[in-house]
Ligand binder design. Structure first.
Ligand code: MV4
Length: 491
């Protein structure tokens, strides 16, 4: 087993990784910025070292400082979490060069997966279906026009060095193509350091479905089923679930096996996610995420597998603790990302001091949080403060449980997106599982629903015999006690 793990991340994922370390009896080291001195993950670590000022560029992205901290304190491994340096192959290589184990795939395989055109080709060669489009990068406008007319319009131009939706351009007709190609190249060059782009057929309203893979260093690889992440806004996922309401067991088995095999042949090691668009019953490969993902808990809830522990076991040179036959999906899990942002102000960030914090509990509830009552959420980083994950015997029970848990969740001091989640858990289309990547923009009624929810909660709090200063704090509790009165459960 690894002897000491440095967690090169912050917030809830740092806590999540340290929980696995504690259970495995492996000491863990936190590195934190000046803005995170009082953060939960700093307290939760066995030891903690400040690595620089608040801006991530001077702390969580400071490769030299992080590696120096690992070496000075005897850490023999680094867990990168998600975001920050998690998929930076230069970081993985620098860690490897110092004889420290990077918990994830090798820098070489990571670099391969980071090149979206190369990853498409790897998958395609293993028989994984990819979106119709280019095999190689687009060389010139003639190549672009030929590809686009072969696949048919609309097409989408994507930066090869990118991912996550940044810099992508949808093109509806040939007359827009050349201009769009230049614009996308410019954005790609400025954002990712390479102007290389590729073209795919544009699928109008797909679902986003991804497979969780585990691969050890002995050539064993398995899949843990899929997650559906279609409820997102501007490429930020807000709600994820497992299993997807539309994937049947046969298709899951087939696609999962194909994908696990593809990563195995690529020499992939550790936990990884293979993203697909899903349209009219078919999967189309998008990209590989070579890291633990935010939404991994929904998979843990339905499989019982501790994915972070498996990552650490794999990095320690141990084989997977389970085989494909051991993986049985049970029930249904949903995750809501709880963000310090105002759903009534275009989801603008609202960081500040948490004056009151009470998290939900009871059967089938998991809260992965990076905060505590009295903590001040710093404005420098991602506004996600926690994840509320529920499990149910089936999707209907999970939705009802999530609704119940959201009404137990009390966060005062700043606005959060909890009212948004309450509205979605009562949205007839969501309840039926009729979701796609355009769900939020299509459901224009959600904003009115959020306003109604907030007004009802406020009027209930106003009726309580409390001082004005206390009313705001207990508004959510008041709503929780009588939430069935607020919202009629539409089926
Ligand atoms: C697409 C697409 C439609 N057709 N590719 C955006 C994020 C990146 N991972 C891939 N993205 C898309 N690629 C083709 N050929 C639509 C999207 C897309 C999307 C994908 C997943 C989740 C949310 C999305 C929101 C808008 C667009």
């Amino acid at each position: 087993m690894l002897k000491k793990i440095l967690v090169a991340n912050r917030g809830e994922i740092a806590v999540r990784v340290m929980r696995a370390c504690h259970e495995l009896g492996i000491p863990c080291v936190a590195v934190y910025s000046e803005a995170d001195r009082d953060a939960l993950f700093v307290k939760y670590a066995d030891e903690a070292h400040c690595i620089g000022p608040a801006p991530a560029s001077q702390s969580y992205l400071n490769i030299e400082k992080i590696i120096q901290t690992a070496l000075e304190n005897g850490a023999d491994a680094v867990h990168p979490g998600y975001g920050f340096l998690a998929e930076n192959s230069d970081f993985a290589a620098a860690v490897e060069d110092e004889g420290v184990k990077f918990i994830g795939p090798s820098s070489k395989v990571m670099a391969l997966m980071g090149d979206k055109v190369a990853a498409r080709s790897v998958m395609s060669k293993s028989g994984v279906p990819v979106v119709p489009g280019t095999e190689d990068c687009i060389t010139d406008s003639g190549h672009a026009m030929k590809t686009a007319s072969e696949t048919g319009y609309p097409v989408i131009i994507k930066p090869s060095g990118g991912g996550g939706g940044i810099g992508m351009t949808v093109v509806n007709s040939e007359k827009e193509l050349v201009r769009a190609l230049e614009d996308t190249r410019t954005i790609a060059a400025n954002t990712f350091g390479t102007g290389d782009v590729y073209i795919e057929k544009y699928l109008p309203n797909p679902r986003h479905i991804e497979f969780q893979i585990l691969a050890d260093s002995y050539g064993n690889s398995i899949h843990l089923g899929e997650r559906e992440c279609s409820v997102q806004r501007r490429h930020q996922k807000l709600i994820e679930e497992s299993p997807s309401p539309v994937v049947k067991q046969k298709q899951r088995d087939e696609m999962g096996e194909l994908v696990a095999g593809a990563l195995r042949s690529a020499g992939y090691e550790g936990a990884g996610t293979v993203e697909f668009l899903y349209s009219e019953g078919e999967f189309y490969f998008l990209e590989v995420n070579a890291r633990i993902q935010v939404e991994h808990p929904v998979t843990e809830m339905v499989t019982g597998v501790d994915i972070v522990k498996e990552q650490i076991r794999i990095a320690s040179g141990l084989p997977l603790s389970i085989s494909q036959q051991d993986v049985q999906l049970r029930g249904s899990a949903i995750e809501c990302r709880i963000n310090a942002e105002d759903p009534l102000d275009d989801f603008a960030p609202t960081p500040g001091k948490l004056t009151v914090y009470h998290s939900p509990g009871g059967t089938g509830i998991r809260v992965d949080s990076g905060v505590y009552s009295g903590f001040t959420v710093p404005p420098y980083y991602d506004p996600m403060i926690s994840k509320l994950i529920v499990w149910g015997e089936n999707r209907d029970e999970a939705v009802i449980r999530m609704r119940r848990a959201l009404y137990e969740y009390v966060i005062a001091g700043f606005r959060t997106n909890i009212p948004f989640h309450k509205a979605v858990m009562n949205n007839p289309r969501f309840i039926k599982g009729e979701i796609g990547t355009h769900f939020i923009e299509e459901e224009t009624g959600l904003i009115e629903d959020i306003k109604t929810i907030l007004e009802k909660e406020k009027s209930l709090a106003d009726k309580l015999p409390l001082k004005t200063s206390q009313k705001a704090k207990v508004a959510a509790i008041a709503a929780g006690v009588v939430y069935q009165q607020i919202i009629s459960i539409k089926k």
